[in-house]
Write a protein that binds this ligand. Structure first.
Ligand code: ADP
Ligand code: MG
Length: 361
């Protein structure tokens, strides 16, 4: 089922007299293809949960429409939309068993959708099997680990075979190892069921690893929508460049003048773009150590991490406290010098206008 958002907007009125309205979701206009797993990515407060709540119907938009396939669902009650929702805090019923929790949405079906006890049981077992918790059906949530509880919540969201599955930071309460494992699990379940899925996270690595498409958001405004790797390789603005990637991109103050791009007095490449002040953002893997390199930095230290070496350096025009350059472990590095020179891989260097922070190069 494809999901289409048309000029979707949600304003929350200001609380105090002088306060401004919060535009939590500002004119969202995009289409999620059928069977796709989309990651909504952005810092806390950027409107991710509001977007999900609009899609599932828990809140109504100020403006705009939502379509599931060709059906407009904008003012449809949540229970009639056919969505499954999973929250960060699992929200299981503590007094019910796992079976009871997963069965709960089925027990509320009315009219000709009503199921017999056997039919319900069958569906519960199918959903439990999808998340591999068939052996836990008679336990209470209090007797499960966080990861197991989240699986129960996912099974409960899947049991009615929703048209759309919505997951709001579902992994945030899990420890690091479980988070990795559960995210693989979600990917696997999504591939298997082919249910159109929207996955919300503030963690860029999580979004990059799980999503077919990512939507990067800031202050209620969409910054960029594309395949994860393409957003990483082709950020539209400084915010997106900084938000994706670990270690983060290295941001320098630079300028364009005389047909060249400069950091300090060093001309790092030619360009035909207009003169002006710019930010030069260089991915850690964009540096190549070279004695005749174009960019000179102050050597700090090196960290050897198996496959790679991280060179930590400093530069007075760099906004990051430390520059992190990742080079292959075969590289010979002279650690004794107090300067280190780099050439730059062109495709790993992004240039942004200083005022608009939009990409110019
Ligand atoms: P995220 O999930 O990305 O952290 P939210 O969607 O929860 O962000 O919130 C987006 C913005 O809308 C925030 O500024 C938040 O304070 C505001 N907001 C969310 N819900 C309400 C509400 N019910 N009333 C007023 N403001 C709200
Ligand atoms: Mg949220």
């Amino acid at each position: 089922m494809k999901v289409v958002l048309k000029n979707l907007t949600k304003k929350f009125p200001s609380k105090g007299k002088k306060g401004k309205d919060v535009i939590a979701v500002d004119n969202f206009d995009f289409e999620i293809p059928d069977g796709c797993l989309v990651g909504l990515l952005g810092p806390s407060g950027c409107g991710k949960s509001t977007t999900l709540n609009l899609i599932c119907g828990l809140i109504k938009p100020t403006d705009g429409q939502i379509y599931f396939g060709e059906d407009e669902v904008t003012s449809l009650e949540p229970e009639k939309r056919g969505v499954g929702m999973v929250f960060q805090n699992y929200a299981l019923y503590p007094h019910l068993t796992v079976r009871g929790n997963i069965m709960f949405p089925l027990e509320n079906l009315k009219g000709k959708e009503r199921l017999t006890k056997e039919e319900m049981n069958e569906k519960v077992i199918m959903a439990a099997a999808l998340v591999q918790i068939e052996n836990l059906l008679d336990r209470k949530p209090g007797e499960l680990s966080g990861g197991q509880q989240q699986r129960v919540a996912i099974a409960r969201a899947l049991v009615k075979l929703p048209r759309v599955l919505l997951l709001d930071e579902p992994l945030s309460n899990l420890d690091a190892r479980l988070r990795l494992q559960t995210r693989e699990e979600i990917k696997r379940i999504q591939k298997k069921t082919k249910i159109t899925t929207i996955f919300v996270t503030h963690d860029q690595e999580e979004a990059m690893s799980i999503s077919d498409l990512i939507v990067v958001m800031k202050d209620g405004v969409i910054q960029q929508i594309d395949k994860p790797q393409r957003v990483y390789q082709n950020p539209k603005n400084l915010f997106v460049a900084k938000f994706l990637g670990t270690p983060p991109v290295n941001v320098f103050n630079g300028k364009i003048a005389n047909g060249g791009l400069y950091i300090g007095n060093e001309r790092i490449m030619d360009t035909d773009k207009a003169d002006g002040e710019v930010y030069v953002a260089i991915r850690p893997e964009g540096f190549v150590i070279a004695s005749d390199g174009v960019l000179t930095c102050d050597m700090d230290e090196i960290e050897v991490m198996g496959r790679d070496i991280t060179v930590i350096a400093k530069h007075k025009d760099c906004e990051n406290e430390d520059i992190r350059a990742i080079v292959s472990s075969e590289t010979e590095i002279d650690e004794t010098g107090d300067k280190i020179k780099f050439n730059l891989k062109k495709e790993k260097v992004f240039v942004f206008d200083k005022k608009t922070e939009e990409r110019v190069l």
